[in-house]
Design a protein around this ligand. Structure first.
Ligand SMILES: [Zn+2]
Length: 741
């Protein structure tokens, strides 16, 4: 990496004056500012909230046309958004106006501004369209940034400067090289190209209405009801009931009426319009008019979903519309947002408007139109709507816990999490015993996952129990097994637009049985104490499931088991399944059905293992019901499942009592054991936290022994291993004393 001084020497022969033959000076260029945002974040400079995650364009940068090429690093400069919470980009696109041989590239922040770049990359291409596909060329970053590798040839140069600092600047760009040929015919004039102007009216332009189509909503006999469901989140205040007269005026096509959703800047907001067209009609499109926009009112909708129904049957979601305007943009007299083309027969039309937190204080709309035609002779095959509610297990009276849990109730679980390899570390195991632990949670990986390796490892672990007086509970990873691929027996799908490729379907009995059942049976036969499933899926698309699985197999089974195989439901494709479930009010049913499916599989594993080792314990790592159905499958009131929680890792117990209350109110057969991580938690804190965990829960566990062996996951700096071991000893002594009284 070059220092800034060396860099100046390389590219310009001295810092005082930049070279005159800078190809950038004769180029045409445009500047774009962007920043990485998350949904709900208010976009700085625009004062509006983001709808989705990613790099969003900032306010356009306008300045004198020579700012980047005036030869000065202390003069005019492009400035990013000023905001501390995002990675910022300044992107400059140069058209050199002719092909050129580029021998070096250099960029500088504003002199003395301390706004150095974190990363700069360049793209060079013969065509503007080829820029994005061309290889990214990283620049050496050191104050400024420079490239001086082999010469590059092209007419277009794209520079992307990135920084996570509160702001960044770009004051000078130098593109050194030799022109190849004359100025291209039709090349733009040199200097800054002004950014394109957004025209909200054009963005919200109505499409042409199909021949013969009318606004069906204005026909006599059409009925409309409007509701603003309370969202119950983040301080939403319920909207007032919407009078029938106001709702009717929305379809009158006359003077716009405004109806309002619940208020609340930080709340999700919805407005539901239910239209009965009076008979089956051909529906082409839905149009929703915004209220006459007054930016001061911050009234806005992000988009809406249209669902159709022909008679008493299921709602069918048929199209989503996104508002093309940003919340801060306005059009005099309001504007319209158009649904995609629908072209389906229906009698009932539902329009569900949504507004994400912070994008508006409320939703206000001016009217709704349903474009389409009256049609004769349409036969609609409406399926009836059979919904079989899933069984709900009665609250289990908590009977006496089995006597083989006596040691847990009497002494509490005091577990050290040990890594693969620690099973033969006699000194470590001795120290664990001497410090008053009674259990080792044993991580598994590598050879232990193979067909021969696991029985051998189980025998080795059984020796720990005999020789060190420790109970061994195996921690087995779900979603990152090294013998069985995650999606080998069926892959998880979240539904909607996303596609997952490497997470197991949670209702795949073959996956659970191969990964967990077979290994647990081998562990049980070897005499180990138990097996808990670590459900943090390191090998998957994400470490947790975002919701129930909507894969084809799950869908087919749900439709068959709960909806009587209704064809209207069976044909719904993966993209539309979550929306379909939500629109038909079946979210709770689907989630419960799936949790019960998971429980059924785990119950089978538990019974199979109990047949060879009736005292074998089951449970999971991560947190309570990290996959819904875990506790009811792995536990019974007499033999509750063990939940080794990671929620308290940092010593924060603010959620613990809520979790334990949840176990009681949901009648989950589970014991809760908070975990403590030695990196954020120091020795002086350990006795109190262990006492708290063992007091509120069924014990505690420490992550992990690695801090005292290879140090791969170290403990807090400033403390010795011995100080930690002494703290464990003190904590366990104190527990002994407390539990005797
Ligand atoms: Zn599935």
């Amino acid at each position: 990496m070059l220092s800034i001084a060396a860099l100046c020497l390389v590219v310009s022969g001295g810092c005082a004056r930049l070279r005159a033959d800078n190809l950038a000076a004769a180029a045409s260029y445009s500047v774009a500012l962007s920043g990485y945002i998350y949904p709900g974040q208010v976009i700085p400079g625009a004062g509006v909230a983001a709808i989705r995650e990613g790099y969003a364009d900032g306010p356009p940068w306008r300045d004198t046309s020579t700012a980047l090429t005036d030869g000065r690093r202390d003069g005019k400069a492009v400035q990013s958004w000023f905001w501390s919470n995002m990675t910022k980009r300044i992107t400059v696109r140069f058209d050199l106006r002719r092909s050129a041989r580029v021998t070096s590239l250099a960029v500088w922040p504003l002199a003395g501004s301390q706004t150095d770049f974190d990363r700069v990359e360049a793209h060079v291409s013969d065509t503007e369209a080829g820029l994005s596909a061309s290889a990214a060329i990283p620049l050496d970053v050191s104050g400024g940034a420079a490239y001086h590798g082999p010469p590059l040839t092209g007419r277009y140069v794209l520079l992307v400067c990135e920084s996570a600092k509160p702001w960044m600047s770009l004051s000078e760009v130098e593109i050194t090289g030799d022109p190849l040929g004359a100025i291209a015919a039709g090349a733009p004039p040199p200097g800054l190209v002004p950014p394109p102007v957004r025209d909200p009216r054009q963005l919200a332009e109505l499409p042409a209405r199909a021949r013969g189509a009318v606004d069906l909503a204005r026909k006599p006999g059409v009925r409309i009801a409007v509701s603003a469901p309370p969202t119950g989140n983040n301080g939403a205040t319920a909207g007032s009931p919407i009078p029938a007269g106001v709702a009717r005026a929305l379809i009158g096509g006359g003077h716009p009426q405004t109806v309002r959703s619940a208020d609340g800047f930080y709340a999700d907001k919805f407005l539901i319009l239910d239209l009965d067209l009076g008979g089956v009609r051909q529906v082409d499109r839905v149009i929703v008019r915004s209220a006459a926009s007054d930016p001061a009112k911050r009234s806005y909708f992000n988009g809406y979903r249209v669902s159709l129904k022909s008679s008493a049957g299921f709602w069918e979601p048929v199209g989503d519309a996104d508002n093309p305007l940003l919340p801060g943009e306005s059009v005099d007299g309001g504007y319209s947002v158009t649904s995609p083309s629908i072209e389906k027969p229906a009698r009932y039309v539902r329009v569900r408007l949504r507004c994400a937190p912070q994008s508006g204080d409320r939703i206000e709309i001016g009217g709704v139109e349903v474009w389409g035609r009256t049609i004769a002779g349409v036969v609609v095959q409406a399926s009836p709507r059979p919904v079989l509610k899933p069984r709900i297990s009665p609250a289990q009276p908590r009977g006496a816990v089995a006597s083989d849990y006596d040691w847990i109730l009497r002494d509490r679980i005091r577990a050290m999490y040990a890594m693969t390899g620690d099973e033969t570390n006699g000194a470590l195991l001795d120290r664990i015993t001497q410090s008053g632990f009674n259990t080792v949670l044993m991580h598994t990986m590598g050879a232990a996952h193979s067909a021969d390796g696991w029985p051998r490892m189980a025998q080795t672990l059984a020796k720990i129990q005999k020789q060190h007086g420790l109970r061994v509970i195996v921690s087995w990873p779900y979603g990152s097994d090294e013998r069985y691929a995650n999606a080998q027996f069926g892959e998880y799908q979240p539904g909607g637009k996303a596609r997952w490729t490497h997470a197991p379907c949670p209702l795949s009995a073959p996956y659970w049985n191969a990964v967990v059942g077979d290994r647990a049976e081998i562990a049980a036969r070897a005499g180990l104490t138990g097996l808990v499933v670590d459900v943090e899926m390191y090998g998957a698309d994400a470490t947790r499931y975002p919701g129930p699985c909507y894969c084809d197999d799950c869908w087919r089974r749900f439709v068959s088991a709960r909806l009587g195989g209704a064809p209207a439901a069976a044909k719904v494709d993966l993209d539309n399944r979550p929306a379909w479930i939500a629109e038909n009010g079946l979210e709770g049913d689907y989630a419960r059905w799936q949790a019960q499916g998971v429980s059924d599989i785990l119950r089978g594993i538990r019974k199979r293992v109990a047949a060879v080792a009736p005292h074998f314990l089951f449970g999971n790592l991560l947190d309570l019901e990290a996959i819904p159905g875990l506790a009811a499958g792995f536990g019974t009131p007499q033999r509750p499942a063990l939940v080794f929680s990671e929620t308290e890792y940092s010593g924060d117990f603010s959620k613990t009592s809520g979790q334990i209350a949840n176990i009681r109110t949901s009648a989950l057969p589970a014991l809760y054991i908070p975990g403590l991580w030695v990196k954020p938690i120091t020795p002086p804190q350990i006795p109190d936290l262990a006492a708290r965990a063992a007091g509120e829960g069924a014990g505690y566990w420490i992550w992990s022994a690695s801090a005292f062996t290879d140090g791969h996951y170290p403990h807090a700096s400033g403390y010795t291993n011995d100080e930690y071991w002494k703290a464990f000893r003190d904590a366990n002594n104190a527990l002994d004393t407390r539990l005797k009284h």
